[in-house]
Design a protein around this ligand. Sequence first.
Ligand SMILES: Cc1cc2nc3c(=O)[nH]c(=O)nc-3n(C[C@H](O)[C@H](O)[C@H](O)COP(=O)(O)OP(=O)(O)OC[C@H]3O[C@@H](n4cnc5c(N)ncnc54)[C@H](O)[C@@H]3O)c2cc1C
Length: 297
Amino acid sequence: MNPRLAHFTTLRLGGECRELVTAAGAEDVAAILRHWTAQGVAWRVMGGGSNVLVADEGIPEAVVRMVAEAAECRMDDGLVCASAGTALDDLARFAAEGGWEGVGFSTGIPGTVGGGIVGNAGAFGAALGDRMERIELLTPTGERRVLGRGELTFGYRCSSLQAGRSVVLQAWFLVKQGDRGRLMADREDILALRREKHPDWRVLPTAGSFFKNLSPEVPGGRRRAAGYFLEQAGAKTMREGGARVFEKHANIVIAESGATARDVARLTTRMAAAVQAQFGFALEPEVRCWGEANSPT
Ligand SMILES: Cc1cc2nc3c(=O)[nH]c(=O)nc-3n(C[C@H](O)[C@H](O)[C@H](O)COP(=O)(O)OP(=O)(O)OC[C@H]3O[C@@H](n4cnc5c(N)ncnc54)[C@H](O)[C@@H]3O)c2cc1C
């Protein structure tokens, strides 16, 4: 039997993939991808699985899962360097404990540095792309390359990496010396805020905010929260099968026991349709859908 991706996503949904390999380091990733490419096997890369909705029918590709068992962070010439598989929260903790300021916004965000770079994860108005100095990639032809910040583009929850087939191996972030005590206190505040506002994904299966926030009304203004429009459109009480909207946040979907990816797709389609009907604009999913059967919009 092939591995079920439900075991590796925070929504705890998703059918089988062709093969799944959890890779410990860059050389292991390079070797398995070379092997699959030589065999003509199509593949995908996964980090913490916290931003993907995988179809119940599964996917035909093989999956390499890049998750480090413990933080793989170090200081390198004044930059914080972390492996792609390092948890975003471990990156934030490493920096705060060392008294380094600049990546504290990633405190408590589930997922990995690799997934975070590719999707330009962020919070509190900051994002990884703003702090990234350089990254090491594995190119589609199996070559290891280092790219500087000028060679990549980042936007709101997106990056130029999403269009290619490169795999992030490690990343270096700009930091400056800060006050360790204050950074650790800020960290506790962020964790407390997240506990209050977000579901604990270890207990309630979720992928966090399902839709992207909207562009500011005026250039340079603040993004408008998709959750506000969803709440106005009545999303908070919506449910489809085992998928429901989180009672504290209209942009977050919870997959209860027995839920399917199709339930999530039906629910998020309804949510987006309600906003479209009331406000006349289309919401764009932030969560990436793997597999054909359950495209949400
Ligand atoms: C409760 C909760 C709260 C959240 N809060 C936030 C938040 O505040 N801010 C925010 O931005 N996000 C948030 N998220 C979403 C999610 O945690 C982030 O998007 C995170 O960066 C995804 O990382 P991941 O490793 O889980 O990626 P995955 O879900 O595994 O993958 C996402 C995409 O990245 C690609 N990818 C993963 N690793 C690599 C790699 N090494 N190289 C190339 N491509 C790769 C995958 O192919 C996929 O397309 C939240 C999620 C949850 C569940």
